[in-house]
Structure formats: C-alpha cells, structure tokens
Design a protein around this ligand. Structure first.
Ligand SMILES: *Cc1c(COP(=O)(O)O)cnc(C)c1O
Length: 423
C-alpha cells in the first residue's frame, strides 16, 4: 500500500469527506475520547431515545398511567415492527416486535417442525450463535428426538464453503437456519441462493439477522425468505435487552401456529375467553405483555438508520472494514496478529475480528490503557464493531496504532488470562 494511505492524515481526509459523519451527533457521547467499537454488541444511546423515554416515563407512565395502553402502547409492537420492516425489506403486516431473539427462534423452529413433520434434518453451521444452537437442541428434545441437527463446519473458522452447504440441503431437510452474518468472523451469507436451494427441495429457512440489520441491505421479500428474527440492541441502537423482531412471509402466516399461546397472541385479549383463538397473521406470534419501555427505545435508532439510508451505511461500512484490513496488513500482520474475518467485502459484515495468541490480554490493555472498547470472543478474537453512524476512520487508525504499540512494547503482559463474566 502507498505510504500516504497509511498516514494519519489520510484517515483525517476520509473523515472529512464522510457524508455520514454528521450522524455521530445523533448519539449521546459523554466521553469524546472513548473509541467505542462494540456497537455490534450494544449500540450507543440515540439522543432522541433519551427524550422519548423521558416523556414515556414522566408523562405516559407517570401521569397517564393505564390510559396510555389505549393511547399508543397497545400498538407499539406493530408500529415499531413496521419501521423495522423497512430495514429488512419487508412489506407491511409481516414484522412485529416481541420477546428476545432466542424466544422468537424457539417459536419459529417449533412452528416449522410442526408443519414439516416427515422431514428429519435441521441444517445449521458451527459458526452460528450458540444460543441459536441451544434453541435447536431444545426443540429437538421437545419433538422427541426425531430430528438430526447437522452443523456444517467451517474449514478456516471464518467462512463457509457454499457448495458444501447447498449440497447438504436435501429432500429430508425440514429447516435451514443460519445467522445472516456470523457473530465471530463476520462472514456474510448469501441469503437468496441458500433460500432458493432450500425451497427447491421443500425445506424452510429461518434467518437470524442480529448482526446484519442496520448495516447491510436486507431484502427478505425479494429473497423469498420464510422466517427471520433478530435483535434490536446491536446496530439498531435499541438499548440493553430491547425486544427482538420476528418476520413471517405473508402467505404462510396462517398455515402455522405459535407454540406459546398467550393472551397477546389471542383474538381479543380483553374478552377473557376461556379458549385460545389465535389472532390472524403475524400477531399470533405475540405472547405476553410487551415491555413498553424497552420497546419504545427501539424507535429512534431504527428511524435514524432510515434517514441515513442503508445504502450509504453499507458503503461506509465496506470502506471502513477495507481500510482497517489494509492497516492490519501493514502494521499488525508482522506482529503475530492474524485476520479472523473474510477478506472479500462481498462476504463480510460490519465487524472485523483480529486474532492473536495473547488476544485476551491485548483486549484488556486496549480497554484499560487506551480508552478503546472492542470485545473478545473465544479463543483468540478481538472483535471490532464498525458502526458507520458513529465510528470514524481516525478511530480505526488509532485502534490499529494502539494494537501495534501494545505488542511492540509488550504492554499486554501486565494483564491476566482470567476471563470476566461478560467479555
Ligand atoms: C446477539 C445475538 C442473539 C441474541 O439473542 P437474544 O435472545 O436476544 O439474547 C441471537 N442471535 C445472534 C446471531 C446474535 O448475534
């Protein structure tokens, strides 16, 4: 790479021409020197959420009390679902917000296994988020161990050989379920071709969009996806524990049934009928009372993404990750670091994993001495979430420079191998 492209001045130049730079001002930033690169685990707090939640707590809850249910609370799972629908390429009445991603996945997997009753195989991969795999294991037990969970391995722990995956999907496959972007390496699956293959042999697909919504273009309707779910507290900036969304393609909504029948999924909750009758369509996937405070917190983050436009966000995300990889090649690769993410940007999401034998200690040193927050994923990945709405090119330059000096000066040696509860 040309030397000037490695200079700090070039990072400053990239920031100067960055059309999304102004969006940083949409977020609460209490420590301007903090380089926050964990937006793929917990996004920053939008200023508008701060205002909206203050209003919700002081007026809607504090003053209006139960009257607020009829004013707007009762429709929030649907109205916020419709905002998210724009981010995932879904026409109306296919997306609602309810429960966590894990619980939504449970509901979807049970619903699929019920209608795919003669098929034995469930296909996923070893890069999938463990909670998703636990849900699958639990569902298999619930269905009396009739199914076989096939977890395809990744040869390099970074990417998937698509031909092997497509080959594994056959007429005995009930379900294919994968993360659109894998949580460790950031590998980006091609939803369209995998969904197409699944449908050719009569299998159904559930895509987990937790690491992709808000940073890559998603076109669920166009790709003919059956089901999807994903969380809202990562790149959507919905706040800790904010509920997840669930998508079901319109034409299959009424041919399946939620495994959890609660009053919010029933036709008229306030008639208090003794017998459950599901609501029409996607609404039957609701269960109990929605968590209004954290539900409201999702709205502003999702709206900001729509304003910034996902095409612009993806463009900047690719530029950022390419920039980080070129700095990695020049400065970090000679120091024992290796790249834990795909090199090809078509197959890469918005985070970069960098591996090192002393990754855990380096991560601790970045946090303690350099005011940088990435996160760590076993066994040796330091993960950098590149959030185009508030991260800058100079952020990336600083991070790489810190990683270089931490190893050159062996500063990581001060830090123990001992793992904290949340890494
Ligand atoms: C973060 C994440 C989740 C989170 O699940 P919750 O049930 O909301 O805690 C699920 N799947 C993937 C792929 C994730 O990255």
């Amino acid at each position: 790479m040309d030397d000037f492209l490695l200079d700090y001045g070039y990072a400053e130049y990239l920031d100067k021409i960055d059309e999304l730079a102004k969006f940083r001002n949409e977020f609460v930033i209490t420590d301007p020197s903090l380089i926050y690169m964990d937006g793929n685990s917990l996004g920053r707090l939008p200023k508008r959420s701060f205002t909206e939640l203050n209003n919700l707590i002081s007026y809607q809850w504090g003053d209006q009390l139960i009257r607020s249910w009829n004013q707007n609370w009762i429709n929030l799972p649907i109205s916020i679902g419709e905002i998210i629908a724009h981010l995932i390429g879904a026409k109306p009445e296919q997306t609602i917000v309810s429960d966590s991603t894990s619980v939504n996945l449970f509901k979807l997997v049970c619903a699929v296994l019920e209608i795919q009753n003669n098929r034995k195989k469930i296909i996923s991969d070893m890069m999938n988020f463990p909670s998703d795999l636990y849900i699958l294991q639990g569902c298999i037990k619930l269905f009396n161990n009739k199914h076989e969970l096939i977890l395809l391995p990744s040869e390099d722990e970074i990417s998937m050989n698509t031909a092997v995956l497509l080959d594994a999907i056959d007429h005995d496959t009930a379900l294919v379920t994968l993360s659109h972007i894998t949580f460790k390496s950031g590998y980006l699956y091609d939803i369209a071709s995998i969904t197409q293959k699944a449908h050719q042999v009569g299998a159904l697909v559930i895509w987990d969009l937790s690491h992709s919504a808000g940073v890559v273009k998603i076109s669920l309707d166009e790709w003919d996806v059956d089901f999807a779910t994903g969380c809202t507290y990562k790149y959507l900036n919905g706040g800790p524990g904010a509920p997840a969304y669930i998508y079901i393609r319109k034409d299959i909504q009424n041919s399946l049934s939620s495994p959890i029948w609660g009053w919010f999924g029933a036709q008229s909750p306030f008639k208090f009928d003794l017998e459950f009758k599901p609501q029409e369509g996607i609404r039957q996937m609701m269960c109990g009372t929605p968590p209004i405070i954290s539900l409201q917190a999702i709205q502003a983050g999702a709206e900001i993404i729509l304003e910034a436009d996902i095409a612009n966000i993806r463009k900047k995300s690719v530029l950022m990750s390419e920039y980080m990889i070129s700095l990695f090649d020049s400065y970090l690769s000679p120091l024992g670091y290796s790249l834990g993410s795909p090199r090809c940007s078509d197959r890469r999401g918005s985070h970069i994993s960098i591996r090192h034998p002393f990754a855990y200690q380096i991560n601790q040193c970045l946090i303690a001495e350099k005011n940088v927050i990435p996160d760590f994923r076993e066994p040796d990945n330091i993960r950098f979430g590149l959030a185009p709405l508030y991260n800058s090119f100079t952020d990336i330059w600083h991070v790489v420079n810190h990683m270089k000096t931490i190893v050159e000066e062996q500063r990581y040696k001060k830090y123990a191998h001992f793992r904290n509860n949340v890494t």
